[in-house]
Write a protein that binds this ligand. Structure first.
Ligand SMILES: Cc1ncc(COP(=O)(O)O)c(C=O)c1O
Length: 413
């Protein structure tokens, strides 16, 4: 670093030269973080209203999660699944109990949970439903986001996500999501005797926090029941408190057969994901048929257990109650911006997709203007910004975040 170079540009230069260019981050280089706040290498503080795409639902460095991690670090961090650990069983039992399902398959990333869910659904199709070998079909939703593996991007409708990465895995059928399939006719038409699962986000996060109409998820459930098809809910981003509920699917009055969890499950400390289902589904896996060196490692499970303890707190200052209460504040404030630089707002709990009037600029321009006002958010799909502050944010901080959005819109007007 030269005397004239800022610490930020020094780090940006290193990343530009030596890290693959698969992201376009805001020019903020974080050095420290606590709660809802991050501090960059220049000593500037920002309110983090992205929260690691919901991986940091409990904020940065939550004391209970850090304590669990520190305790486990000094004991044992990795055994592989060739041996047991004294964290795996309790983690799986506690997660099963919290969700009211019988079994857990622990993995690491969200994409791995989705891949694992796909494998389990196919195997269930062949062994339980009786679908002929190699014929299994899975119905997925246009606009959905489920991760970055070759199989997953193969059924994405986002040209950036899939372009240049083929050939892709067969066995997926894409139908319109939510309000775009008003009578669910496209979904019904896509289901054949070979369909084993419908894979759906209860709220589409990366698409811009798209909430389906009230009757949508119950209708999907009914169609799955009629055709003996598994309802697989990708709750990697929507689940674990973000919407003010443990599971966004259940907020719609529906229980899925398979839940896919990730992000917040590891408390923003460890990558930890899971497939959660009853034994008639997850029981199809036998030794040697699926695995992961790090999946279910003792350090991740110890942090995950502390996360589950936070989520099980149903008191007035528990995470779910906070997300509901503060979510009302957030959505009331944002509704007041519609017609004042904002076209529309969607969301639930502490989660919002905000469509910016195109005359003011892109979602990226709004994100940059908010950054200059000390608040970090992320644009999606060109003209939207997404707010997903940590659930530990205070009401005053939340107001400051919306003030920054209001100020950013004024800056661009
Ligand atoms: C709904 C959903 N599923 C899966 C994933 C993939 O998770 P990961 O990035 O941990 O692989 C994401 C990530 O944003 C997501 O939002």
């Amino acid at each position: 670093m030269t005397l004239t170079e800022s610490a930020t540009s020094f780090h940006e230069h290193l990343v530009h030269e030596h890290s693959a260019h698969n992201y376009h981050p805001l020019p903020v280089v974080v050095a420290n973080a606590r709660g809802a706040w991050v501090t960059d290498v220049e000593g500037r503080r920002y309110l983090d209203c992205l929260a690691g795409y919901s991986a940091l639902n409990f904020g940065h460095g939550h004391p209970d999660l850090l304590a669990a991690a520190h305790r486990q670090l000094d004991r044992v961090t990795l055994t592989s699944r060739a041996f047991g650990s004294d964290q795996l069983g309790p983690f799986c039992a506690e997660l099963s109990a919290l969700l009211g399902k019988q079994m857990v398959l622990p993995m690491n990333t969200g994409a791995e949970a989705v891949e694992s869910g796909i494998k389990v659904a196919r195997k269930w199709g062949y062994e339980v439903k009786g679908v002929p070998e190699d014929r299994a079909q899975i119905v997925v939703m246009a606009g959905g986001f489920h991760g970055r593996t070759t199989t997953i991007v193969g059924f994405s409708t986002d040209p950036d996500a899939r372009g240049g990465f083929g050939p892709f895995t067969p066995g997926f059928v894409v139908v319109p999501y939510g309000a775009d399939d008003p009578d669910r006719d496209a979904l019904r038409a896509a289901i054949t005797p070979d369909t084993v699962a419908v894979l759906v986000e209860p709220i589409q996060g990366e698409a811009g926090v798209v909430v389906p109409p009230a009757g949508y998820l119950p209708a999907v459930r009914a169609i799955c029941d009629e055709a003996r098809v598994l309802f697989v809910a990708d709750e990697v981003q929507a689940g674990l408190g973000r919407t003010g509920r443990l599971l966004a699917t259940r907020a719609a009055g529906v229980d899925a057969d398979v839940y896919l969890l990730g992000k917040a499950l590891g408390g923003g400390i460890m990558p930890l994901s899971a497939v959660v289902a009853d034994a008639d589904v997850l029981g199809v896996l036998q030794p040697g048929q699926h695995g992961s060196t790090f999946g279910g490692n003792p350090l991740a499970c110890a942090v995950g257990r502390a996360v589950l303890t936070l989520l099980a707190d149903e008191g007035p200052d528990g995470m779910l109650a906070r997300a509901r209460r503060l979510g009302d504040v957030l959505h009331t404030r944002l509704a007041g911006l519609v017609g004042h630089g904002v076209l529309a707002v969607r969301g639930m709990g502490l989660w919002a997709g905000v469509d910016i009037e195109p005359r003011l600029g892109t979602g990226r321009a709004v994100s940059e203007a908010m950054m200059r006002r000390g608040v970090l958010v992320k644009d999606t799909h060109g003209s939207s910004v997404r707010l997903s502050p940590p659930l530990v944010i205070t009401e005053a901080e939340l107001h400051a975040a919306v003030d920054a959005l209001e100020g950013a819109l004024a800056d661009l007007a």
